[in-house]
Design a protein around this ligand. Structure first.
Ligand SMILES: Nc1ncnc2c1ncn2[C@@H]1O[C@H](COP(=O)(O)OP(=O)(O)O)[C@@H](O)[C@H]1O
Ligand SMILES: O=c1ccn([C@@H]2O[C@H](COP(=O)(O)OP(=O)(O)O)[C@@H](O)[C@H]2O)c(=O)[nH]1
Ligand SMILES: [Mg+2]
Length: 232
């Protein structure tokens, strides 16, 4: 794994990082074969309902749920982690943690699931990729995705949901100041990833307005059009 650049201790500024190697399809073979491993991403703004709808999809489609945010928070709290402070600072500011950290956490979790007794090989990756470099790197070096579910909600609805969640979540970023920063990052940094996958015809877009049940019903219909059906 390449060295992780550190935050500037005085300004707290996030370092811009570049992969050590120029990424070309010629020098990278994915770690997992897409004929054996299924990757579906679920993206959408903060508070759009990714975690909520993921729980439904896990129940009905036999996915293993991998939330990039949860993995980062776990790593942040892991005793002895060299990335704890870095992750903490990025999350509070709504910035995207350098991709080497997140990709490694995801890849490790996938490997563990594949090596487990029940050999889980269908992954629902929640809240990732949120930046173009992560998307390109993961697709080329870990596993190309089958499709991306995009939950579409306006900011006022997401803000209301996140402020409500913040009453009990204990998350450092569920406050108005951090939420505004997360919205900015989402528009400027994450939407280009969704747009790229959309151009490739790989996005299943669903309005995230309405009740949890109504949204899920539409999602199931849209997935069926792509030939993705519940396993139970
Ligand atoms: N359709 C919905 N209507 C109202 N509240 C919702 C809906 N979907 C999710 N929520 C709530 O909104 C908050 C954010 O949902 P969550 O699934 O955590 O979103 P994300 O993972 O995209 O940030 C949670 O408190 C969740 O219970
Ligand atoms: O690939 C990722 C996914 C998440 N995050 C960080 O983790 C935070 C919380 O992400 P999560 O998906 O848990 O938030 P949600 O959108 O579900 O509210 C983000 O704002 C980022 O700071 C990141 O750096 N890289
Ligand atoms: Mg979430």
């Amino acid at each position: 794994m390449p060295a992780i650049p550190q935050i500037d201790p005085t300004s707290g500024a996030a370092p811009e990082i570049q992969p050590d190697l120029p990424i070309t399809s010629a020098n990278i073979t994915p770690a997992f074969d897409p004929n054996e491993v299924t990757v579906v991403y679920i993206l959408g703004g903060p508070g759009s309902g990714k975690g909520t709808q993921s729980a439904n999809l896990v129940r009905d489609y036999g996915f293993k749920h991998l939330s990039a945010g949860d993995l980062l928070r776990e790593e942040q709290n892991r005793e002895g982690s060299q990335y704890g402070d870095l992750i903490k600072s990025y999350i509070k500011d709504g910035l995207i943690v350098p991709m080497e950290v997140t990709v490694k956490l995801l890849e490790n979790s996938m490997r563990t699931a594949l090596d487990s007794k029940d050999k889980q090989s269908r992954f629902l990756i929640d809240g990732f990729p949120r930046k173009m470099d992560q998307a390109v790197f993961f697709e080329q070096s870990v596993c190309p995705s089958k499709c991306t579910i995009f939950l579409d909600a306006p900011e006022d609805v997401m803000l209301e949901r996140l402020l409500e969640r913040g009453k009990t979540s204990g998350r450092s970023d569920d406050n108005e100041e951090s939420i505004k920063k997360r919205f900015k990052t989402f528009i400027e940094t994450s939407m280009p990833v969704v747009d790229m996958f959309r151009q490739e015809g790989k996005v299943v877009s669903v309005s995230a307005l309405g009740s949890i049940g109504e949204i899920y019903t539409k999602l199931v219909e849209e997935l069926a059009k792509r030939g993705i059906s519940p396993t139970k």
